[in-house]
Ligand binder design. Sequence first.
Ligand SMILES: [Zn+2]
Length: 448
Amino acid sequence: MQHIAAYLLEARGLSFNTAGKLEDDVAEVILRWLSDKGVSDPARNEGSFNSLTANGQGKFNRSHTVADRGDLEEIRLDEFSKAGQVFTTTLSVTRSPADVSVHVTLSVTNTVSMIAPVPIDPRCPAVVRQLLALDVAWTMNGNRIPVGKSTSLIGEDGATTLLDHLRSSERRMPIVVVSKNDGEILWPWFDQELAYDLAGLAHVVTIDDEASWMLTEEMGKENSCYLGAVRLYWPIVTGGSAAAQFSGSVWTASALLSSDHDGKGALRFRTTLRRKVMSVAALTVVAPIEIRQIKSDAARSRLTELEERATANSEELEIAKMYLVDNEQLKADLAQAKIDIAVLSSRAEAAESALEQIKGAGPDAHPAVADGPTEPKSGDIRYYKKAHSKPAYDVLIEVSGCGHTSWQSASKAEKAKKGVEKLVGRGDWKNIQHCGACTGGGMWKVRW
Ligand SMILES: [Zn+2]
């Protein structure tokens, strides 16, 4: 089984009535979601259906557990794909007098044994979006949950707000920062698209050039985000070293545009980021402890009932008691194992980002966040790609070559030429050519 993602939506400290209403609303969202999936009678405890969304067969079951400290409703939905995989969504809804929480997991299993990575393109499940749309301030571990919209932070005030969030040891969710370059982000609307993709998991903020500069001043270039770059900041791990304080990943405008020869760079980047955040969430979002407690309580009270009815000290009762103790120990062990995996996975993620930084600092590699173009010497060939257009010039970014061979003369490209001059600070190139094969933004080859 491969864990794809996990979500935890909590609403705590509610009045009894508000919690009750929220529990009803959540139940209604789940019924509607099952019905959208193709389930004809979603209120039943189990059933099979023709999945409308996965284009295959599906089945679901639900169980309800009642205990003194609260109720637990568990729903499991399996969808069988034609490619031989089972996609499983589980929802665990707990309700205590003042709290409601929903824990959602997504996983995929091959129906036949096969040693090969499962190609998946994970997305936020519709039921999570519908839950996020409810009129309630969902939190996770005390943090406000992102509902799928990006925030724009401008100037010094914006930078100050962002810095407070980035440095807070209370932060439990990643922040993705999208920086502007000469007034624009790299692809139109892609900050909103990233926020939509990462709903429930990560905050997305867009910063303007001024906020970028202040961020750099405060955090240093190695931790900052500017000139069209995108940066993922994991929450601060307490007790971590100073270097690991801002662990995460950074994608420069140059790297992002270098891999965009077909106009689909934004789509590919969305997939990359989604995979990265969701796979970490799959291991690090832990189910609320109430789930286990409610189950234990219910099992214990069932046992008490049995004891009252059966003759005292019957052999069956002794065995049942033994199983209950074993079962609770196993559940506790499993919860601990999941936490251990989460710690290991965050270490792996930190190691990976440290490695990225080391590579970035190497003499032959691009720095983690480039300052802009490299100074060309006579005879050098450089490639520049258009990020966006201004009235008087094109905003260009230096990229690695596109691999195409259809270079065309560019006698009339005045705006692009002005763009190169503005970017590099010189206009004394030997020749400049345009790629006839690249789409999604002009590509220029300049021989200096
Ligand atoms: Zn090209």
